[in-house]
Design a protein around this ligand. Sequence first.
Ligand code: C2E
Ligand code: MG
Ligand code: MG
Ligand code: MG
Length: 287
Amino acid sequence: YQAKQTGRGMHIFDTQQDQEVHTRYNRLAVMSQALHQSEFRLYYQPKVNLRTGAVVGAEALLRWQHPEQGLLAPGEFLPLMEHSDLIVETGEWVLHQALAQLQTWVRQGLRWVVSVNIAARHFHRVDFVDRLRGLLACYPQAPAHLLELEILESAILQDIPHMRQVMQGCQALGVCFALDDFGTGFSSLSYLKRLPAETIKIDRMFVDGILDDAEDITLVSAIVALAKAFERSVIAEGVETSAQASKLLALGCELGQGYGIARPMPPEAIVGWAAAYGKTFTAPANA
Ligand code: C2E
Ligand code: MG
Ligand code: MG
Ligand code: MG
């Protein structure tokens, strides 16, 4: 430290670096408080069959209902959290909420897969499988096979055998996996063979250009072919228009999620949304 003598005495947060550490620490403390004061919410974004319009599931997406700043998306607070154990505590809270929601939907006769994003730091905890087993036991009416964990492709670490082992441990409980944002990481294709994820999620970056960018079309076709060859299911994220949905169907991708279908919404809105969507859905042309 470059402690400096001032009229008011010694200041330990003096250099810019010290101040950054201080700010980070404060922001984490505020987030921890937010978690304990129930300011976090889960929104849900439907996943549908693009051909039939059937709702197949919903992805849980974290929001912070900030008392002054309003509803904050994860981009505004998650990156900092991911470098601290607060992400583990938050991740467990998310799993609890999502399983409670799944249980509610199952009681209503709905068979929707609930997807939960899991941070690398959380997933790599030694007790991840044991804690998940304990969580599932808290919600006996939430079938484990309707819980899907989304792991970022970019979070695949070097230790594939370990990752594979954890995934298999979860799968033994009935839980399934999706590789999120597929195509944006730098993982070798051989990881796909070694990681037993049931589903591949095509990143929205590729879906974005699917109508006019020949390279994006090639990439999406290649990912779909890869998924089929490895007997994995495939879903596209970021579907914003019905033209994109038609194109995805033509390329062999049947499942989709995106603003063009529905934005993430509070759980109590989704049943009503699904009913309205079912009434107005029309199958895309030429698909
Ligand atoms: P993700 O898992 O890839 O989720 C998809 C993101 O794309 C969500 O952003 C969603 O709102 C947004 N999105 C969906 N459809 C469209 C579309 O048609 N167009 C565009 N432009 N965007 C679309 P969101 O909710 O801001 O979340 C961002 C990321 O934060 C997520 O990306 C996920 O990686 C992470 N995240 C969200 N919730 C959690 C959580 O509970 N735990 C962890 N560890 N990560 C989370
Ligand atoms: Mg996701
Ligand atoms: Mg994604
Ligand atoms: Mg994404």
